[in-house]
Ligand binder design. Structure first.
Ligand SMILES: Cc1cc2nc3c(=O)[nH]c(=O)nc-3n(C[C@H](O)[C@H](O)[C@H](O)COP(=O)(O)OP(=O)(O)OC[C@H]3O[C@@H](n4cnc5c(N)ncnc54)[C@H](O)[C@@H]3O)c2cc1C
Length: 285
């Protein structure tokens, strides 16, 4: 099941000294199953720029596994993005997750302020400046990006990112496999052939899971929400139930042709590794 699949783990730069002290152990445990790559998020407006760079370098140095920085273009300039890309290229990074980033809550339109308005502009810029030096991943939204007006328009904009030169896509988290399969049918009809890897968020609690879902517009099936709510004060039972829901989701996706899985680890090794084991996945390399 795993030879041609891509399994990746997403990390965030640590925000406190305690989190920074914990992260190397988390990376070490996650690296034991040899994912195809790690990715590291980038705070809105570049607020975690140094932390993203350091986390990328620490993954590469300590594990030898490929690491892909996320790069957002909201509010940035061509000169600044060029600087960040050069630093990564010089450090031997060969993969970038190219994003627009989140707009300030007060924004009135989907267009970002600054010299780049959409992720497709960033993808075009990377291709223009660096040719094929970077493998470029972009975001995909099977349940529609929350600021989009219509699914059809959102899909057309996804197509623009692919035409601008994206090699692959990682999806927003979702708990409804049909939304992914519908998205893949639309890709097929549109002649889009790049791999679209489902983004998987392990379930570790009721309140945080519902917060993640409402933050990105993901639909949580009613029966799962009700069961999580009921189990919220019984952590072991909630973890078991969450594991079985997400294991089934991943199995359905892989059996249905998903080219891999991208795990949102939220900088914890336990939930992702339990899922890995429950899926019977082997070490990758
Ligand atoms: C896998 C993954 C990783 C992420 N990592 C990060 C991270 O590290 N840091 C961070 O800050 N955020 C991250 N995000 C969140 C992401 O930045 C937000 O969802 C953001 O609001 C949109 O980014 P995008 O790259 O999808 O934007 P885009 O593809 O530019 O789309 C943004 C919106 O604009 C619309 N749109 C696109 N092109 C056009 C156009 N030409 N004309 C009109 N409308 C258009 C789209 O329909 C959509 O509503 C991540 C999301 C995912 C799925």
């Amino acid at each position: 099941m795993t030879a041609n699949h891509s399994f990746s783990f997403e990390l965030g730069p640590p925000r406190t000294p305690e989190a920074a002290a914990k992260l190397p152990g988390v990376i070490e445990r996650l690296a034991e199953v040899r994912p195809n790559f790690f990715s590291v998020t980038y705070g809105a407006g570049g607020s975690t720029q140094e932390g993203t760079y350091e986390t990328i370098m620490s993954v590469v140095r300590n594990t030898g596994i490929e690491a892909a920085p996320h790069l957002t273009c909201v509010g940035s300039t061509r000169a600044h993005i060029a600087e960040v890309l050069k630093r990564y290229a010089d450090a031997g990074v060969r993969r970038i997750v190219a994003l627009r980033g989140d707009l300030p809550a007060t924004a009135m339109s989907a267009s970002a302020p600054g010299e780049f308005h959409y992720a497709s502009d960033l993808v075009s810029f990377i291709r223009k400046e660096y040719g094929d030096a970077f493998r470029i991943e972009v975001a995909a939204y099977p349940e529609m990006h929350p600021q989009a007006n219509k699914p059809g328009d959102d899909f057309e904009y996804f197509r623009l990112k692919v035409e601008a030169g994206a090699d692959a896509a990682l999806t927003q988290l979702f708990y409804n496999a049909d939304a992914y399969f519908d998205f893949m049918e639309r890709c097929e009809k549109a002649g889009i052939k790049i791999p679209v890897v489902p983004g998987i968020m392990p379930i570790t609690g009721y309140a945080n899971t519902m917060r993640f879902c409402s933050g990105c517009g993901a639909d949580m099936p009613r029966w799962v929400r009700l069961r999580l709510e009921e189990l919220q004060d019984d952590k072991p039972a909630l973890h078991d139930f969450g594991l079985s829901v997400v294991t089934r989701l991943c199995q359905t996706l892989l059996r249905g042709g998903a080219p891999g899985l991208h795990f949102y680890t939220i900088n914890q090794s336990g939930p992702t590794l339990r899922l890995w084991e429950s899926l019977g996945l082997a070490a990758q390399k």
